[in-house]
Design a binder for this molecule. Sequence first.
Ligand SMILES: [Zn+2]
Length: 104
Amino acid sequence: MLMNGKKTWTSEHDCQLMELKKAGKKPKEIALIMGRGITTIYYKSTELERKTLKINQRKVRRCLGGCNKDFESSSPGNRICPNCIKRDRSGVVDPVAIPSMGIN
Ligand SMILES: [Zn+2]
């Protein structure tokens, strides 16, 4: 038991928090069960949700960049495979389609 009053948060706590959330406990109840402040519980559960979201968004998607191949995309907004991005940057690009490029 640490005596400096600051309790460490480990991955086991992550699991416990996740289980309690799954069980439908409210943050206030979780805080009581785990012996933590409610702000910690709020903070940790948003952090966990963000992590889970990131994992869920990563999946194989069809490339819209021209090659039509499946690739591992990191988010729903990531629809062009690395190969097509590389090809576009190497010059075969319509400047009208990408306004941010402008005219150099
Ligand atoms: Zn592609």
